[in-house]
Design a protein around this ligand. Structure first.
Ligand SMILES: CC(C)(COP(=O)(O)OP(=O)(O)OC[C@H]1O[C@@H](n2cnc3c(N)ncnc32)[C@H](O)[C@@H]1OP(=O)(O)O)[C@@H](O)C(=O)NCCC(=O)NCCS
Length: 170
């Protein structure tokens, strides 16, 4: 795979966050971040068990990225991934509750889209609950379009929810 560039972004509260590829040494800090996210942040996601997450993160089709606080604590505050499937990749993203609404999600999606282009992919997409207005807003800001409605597609907390398939082609 081509060399993946890292990038520092400055948030609305002036925090500096380094976006870069995940490495094995990040694991404990990354799991700490995910396991301290609120129920609200997992309202439209399945909260992974640690055994599932450990397998998922080492799947060789999966390219995982982290957002790390620069200088302050080196705490991991965000994770995004590209799960490659031939010419395209399914993406996911989590920004820790403490840093949401400061521009990190938008910057991180733009970053992984840039990486996907560098990797020679042609399409990045995801399936998001229709009720998850925030990720839909952020994706549209980054140029994504809704490709279709998937009815009763995913079960979250015992409820079968409709999802949009949202995609960016390049
Ligand atoms: C969705 C998520 C990644 C966004 O990250 P973030 O860092 O909070 O996003 P940003 O700060 O870049 O942007 C948030 C935008 O959403 C807007 N927003 C906030 N709440 C909203 C809502 N309920 N409906 C619509 N827009 C909303 C904000 O005003 C902001 O828009 P603006 O930049 O045009 O003012 C983050 O909230 C998260 O991790 N959520 C939980 C997990 C999740 O849902 N992941 C997506 C699955 S792929």
């Amino acid at each position: 795979m081509t060399e993946i560039c890292q990038k520092t972004v400055i948030l609305k509260d002036d925090s500096r966050i380094l976006l870069r590829r995940y490495n094995e040494e990040d694991y404990e800090r990354l799991w700490e971040m995910l396991s301290t996210m609120s129920h609200e942040s997992f309202r439209y996601q399945i909260r992974p068990t640690e055994s599932f997450y450990k397998r998922w993160i080492t799947d060789n089709k999966n390219v995982v990225f982290v957002g790390v606080y620069v200088k302050k604590t080196e705490k991991i505050v965000a994770e995004a991934n590209l799960y490659t499937q031939g010419h395209k990749a399914y993406f996911g993203i989590y920004v820790h509750d403490d840093l949401q609404n400061l521009g990190l999600g938008t910057a991180f999606i733009k970053y992984i889209v840039g990486v996907a282009r560098e990797m020679g992919l042609r399409k990045v997409f995801s399936e998001v609950a229709v009720q998850n207005r925030k990720i839909i807003h952020v994706c549209k800001k980054c140029g994504f379009e809704i490709e279709g409605l998937l009815r009763m597609e995913h079960e979250f907390h015992g409820e079968l929810l409709d999802c949009y398939r949202i995609a960016l082609l390049f």
